[in-house]
Design a protein around this ligand. Structure first.
Ligand code: G6D
Length: 348
């Protein structure tokens, strides 16, 4: 296992460091101390060719604003919080509204735009970079001094593990995820419409016209959101469906079934790359890049709709009247502890 730290620039006069972690087969990641941003996940295809399978901006400086949250750690909360208002212990929090009428992805300056303290470790079986950050009470409107640790680990089995731990000195809200956009064709040679997807889920969080949860849970058997039998992402994405209309594609939270280990499987036939996802989160937001930005990608293309799929394991976002807020509540002194594993393999 090998770890390299490279200084790649400065944001606001602070050094941006890129940590490169590689195993003996050349699999690995590059991740920044800014926003915990994963810029590269390097995975062999069925012929052993190693390519990046996540979306990456060509100009590193674009990551300062990161309009599409490429690869970023998201927090304190993920997704939208309706009207930027939620009640904790009978106090209504007035959060920064950075997403139109809602708060999104932790607010104006969420964790995706914070410099994190890094430490690294490597042995024969794994290598990790662990980031820590202290989010002061009142940051983006959230109560409690929140101590955060996020560890990115790679293994000899071509796994990427992201583990999140947090503790607060007051009751608060925490719902963390990573916002990497996957495209297993490598260096965005293909789009995701003919990637096969499996999701171990029978229920979906219903959204309203503002893309916030209504509180209803929809049974999805036989609908365009049913991926219990693997199908291509493109097969039903343009079907007549009100929820698809709201998201302009998939931009929703599935409620994951308990029991099975593999919660999701993404597969790209031409490359032979397969990614299995394991998690102890109770939900996952899948977003098929329906609203791409205009920034040049590292593969020298501008992003198009459906170029990649963001797989954001998390609790359901928060709707009006504190819908689902209980799943993001972190009681004073209790530990938030979540992990998601992305296991890569190839099918000849
Ligand atoms: C859009 O609605 C989507 C979000 O789900 C996504 O996280 C963001 O773009 C990057 O707002």
């Amino acid at each position: 296992m090998e770890i390299l730290k490279i200084l790649i620039g400065e944001f606001n006069n602070k050094e941006v460091e890129s940590y490169s972690l590689r195993n003996s087969k050349g699999f690995g990641i590059n991740v920044l101390n800014y926003g915990g941003i994963i810029t590269d996940v390097l995975v062999p295809d069925k012929n052993g060719i190693i390519e990046n399978v996540v979306m990456k901006y060509k100009d590193i400086n674009v990551y300062k604003e990161n309009p599409s949250y490429y690869g970023a750690l998201i927090g304190r909360t993920s997704g939208r919080i309706a009207d930027g208002e939620v009640t904790v212990n009978n106090t209504t929090l007035k959060l920064n509204k950075n997403y139109g009428v809602n708060q999104g992805h932790g607010g104006d300056i969420g964790f995706s735009k914070k410099f994190l303290n890094a430490k690294t470790s490597a042995n024969e079986s794994e290598a990790y970079v662990e980031f820590d950050y202290l989010s002061p009470s009142g940051e983006e409107g959230y109560p409690g001094n929140l101590e955060l640790k996020v560890r990115y680990t790679i293994t000899e089995e071509n796994e990427l593990k992201i583990s999140y731990r947090a503790i607060s000195d007051e009751d608060t809200l925490v719902n963390l995820t990573n916002h990497s956009y996957f495209n297993l064709s490598g260096n965005c040679k293909d789009n995701i419409l003919n990637h096969h997807l499996y999701i171990d889920s029978d229920f979906l969080v219903e959204l309203n016209e503002n893309s916030v949860p209504t509180g209803n849970i929809i049974e999805i058997g036989g609908t365009p959101f049913d991926f219990t039998n693997p199908k291509t992402i493109g097969r039903d994405i343009n079907e007549e469906d009100y929820q698809l209309e709201i998201g302009q594609g998939y931009d929703h939270c599935w409620i994951l079934n308990s029991g099975n280990d593999v919660k999701m499987r993404l597969y790209h036939k031409d490359s032979g790359r397969q990614m299995d996802v394991y998690t102890n989160q109770n939900g996952v937001v899948l977003y098929t890049q329906n609203f791409p930005d205009e920034e040049l990608l590292d593969c020298n293309k501008k992003p198009n709709r459906r170029d990649a799929i963001a797989i954001e394991t998390q609790s359901p976002p928060i709707g009006r009247d504190n819908v689902f807020a209980k799943y993001s509540l972190l009681k004073k002194g209790e530990e938030y502890s979540k992990e998601t594993i992305y296991k890569f393999s190839t099918i000849k």
